[in-house]
Ligand binder design. Structure first.
Ligand SMILES: Cc1ncc(COP(=O)(O)O)c(C=O)c1O
Length: 453
């Protein structure tokens, strides 16, 4: 009887969940109705989401909508597709790898794509970084970095170093440990206060990248180190550019001062290069602006040229040895898709492409072309225009209506997705001058016609 009731109920549930729609076929349009009703998109409501645009393909710096319209890309798909979309070398790398070994567990097994990629990463990053942990996404690499720092001090018998120190305006990802070091006030993660570990926040770096460095901003920082170092395992920061927390371009001397303070007070330095790595700021890694080396480095996004999700956490002999000497003796992390051969192979090919390209020239050119954004300074609602490497930012005095401004941009034939008060560009490095000019003039027109409110 009970069985029959459960069975009937299950049948009813299945019936009510039946999705009407066309059979799966390449020729059917993207089911926007289904998308709207059933699929969560990032940072938007499930019940009244802002519109999404159906995309069918992307090549170079063009994104093609289902309508046939092409958009010039200003976002490099959240800063990852540095070589543009569907680069033939990257496509070929994935196809060939898929035909041989698309995935195999990394526990107890190794393979050439992982070994070659890690060799390459050790070669191109700071000399002291020799140990590599492969992870699945930027946020996960931050989780691993935090675990490394905590485990390191535990292994040394230092039981008090259980917290992190980090500046305000930071952004390190959406998983719980990563969220706990994001800006505690302005990030959406403020929502989880009480569930997150409480870390120690210091003021965001103030001196601008291009201005004279004001050493007075170090007073408070040194005081925090001096007063709290006994409880601080690591200081975590995005080098030179605080990205999703506000697009703050800060002075290299701030970063070198942080390095010195970490040394002085026995605190590990974690640099999150997930957004800035692979040339975005004009240096291969942004920490090079400050001539320092981190104890732990997180990379992701452009690591695979934006083709697949992959990240890495690199550390030094000292930290790795320290962890290994501890009670656990191992780093307690091992995701299912760790070292995925497809992702590793395409990352090897992407780094190879970057090395063989004129990326320094491309980034310099983009920087020069982005100077067009300065014409936005004529509007009273623009509080700042800033450009560094292949990053251009226009900051407004009011919060932007994303749905409205995106509709405007799409009509203009460009893909730009602002957040908060910021309209910014981080285009693929292969972008040409005409494309950057169009992106800049679309931003100018959007502000002029008040399409942001
Ligand atoms: C500096 C930084 N760290 C971490 C992350 C999180 O990376 P992912 O989205 O791959 O988890 C991001 C993403 O924007 C980032 O900009």
């Amino acid at each position: 009887m009970v069985f029959r009731l459960v069975y009937r109920c299950t049948l009813r549930c299945q019936r009510s969940k039946k999705i009407k729609g066309l059979p799966l076929s390449k020729n059917n349009p993207i089911d926007l109705n289904f998308d709207r009703k059933h699929i969560w998109h990032p940072y938007t409501s499930m019940v009244s989401p802002i519109p999404v645009y159906p995309v069918v393909s992307a090549q170079g710096n063009r994104i093609k909508l289902e309508s046939g319209q092409e958009l010039i890309d200003g976002m490099a798909s959240w800063w990852s597709t540095i070589h543009g979309y569907s680069h033939p070398n990257l496509v070929k790398a994935i196809q060939e790898q898929a035909a041989t070994l698309s995935h195999v567990m990394f526990g107890g097994i190794t393979h050439k794509p992982a070994v070659e990629l890690c060799k390459k990463l050790v070669q191109i990053t700071a000399p002291s970084l020799t140990k590599v942990f492969l992870a699945d996404s930027g946020s996960v690499s931050v989780e691993v970095a935090i675990k490394m720092s905590l485990q390191y001090w535990l292994s040394q018998g230092v039981k008090t170093k259980t917290r992190l120190m980090t500046p305000m305006k930071g952004y390190h990802g959406d998983t719980f440990a990563a969220m706990s070091v994001c800006d505690p006030i302005n990030s959406m993660h403020a929502l989880y206060k009480g569930f997150l570990p409480e870390h120690r926040f210091v003021p965001a770096p103030k001196s601008n990248f291009y201005d004279e460095f004001d050493p007075r901003e170090l007073d408070e920082l040194e005081a925090q180190f001096s007063n709290h170092h006994q409880e601080i395992a690591a200081f975590i920061i995005e080098p030179i550019v605080q990205n999703a927390g506000g697009m703050n371009f800060y002075h290299p001397q701030y970063l070198s001062a942080v390095r010195k303070l970490c040394n002085k007070y026995d605190v590990l330095l974690i640099l999150d290069e997930i957004a800035t790595g692979f040339g975005r700021t004009g240096k291969l890694f942004a920490y090079e602006h400050a001539h320092i080396e981190p104890d732990i480095l997180c990379i992701g996004k452009a690591l695979t040229g934006g083709m697949l999700t992959l990240s890495a956490t690199l550390t030094t002999e000292k930290v790795a040895k320290g962890i290994s000497e501890g009670e656990a003796g191992v780093i307690m992390h091992g995701p299912t898709f760790m070292g995925n051969p497809l992702a590793c192979q395409v990352a090897c090919t992407s780094i190879d492409l970057l090395e063989r390209s004129q990326w320094q020239v491309q980034v310099k050119n983009i920087h020069r072309w982005l100077e067009r954004l300065r014409q936005c300074e004529e509007f009273s609602e623009v509080t700042s225009v800033r450009i560094l490497g292949a990053i251009g930012v226009v900051e407004l005095s009011t919060v932007i209506d994303v749905a409205k401004i995106q509709a405007f941009f799409v009509e203009k034939g460009v893909w730009i997705r602002p957040f908060g008060k910021l309209i910014y560009l981080m285009p693929p490095y292969i972008s040409d001058e005409a494309s950057i000019a169009l992106l800049c003039s679309a931003i100018y027109d959007a502000i002029k016609s008040k399409a942001y409110q």
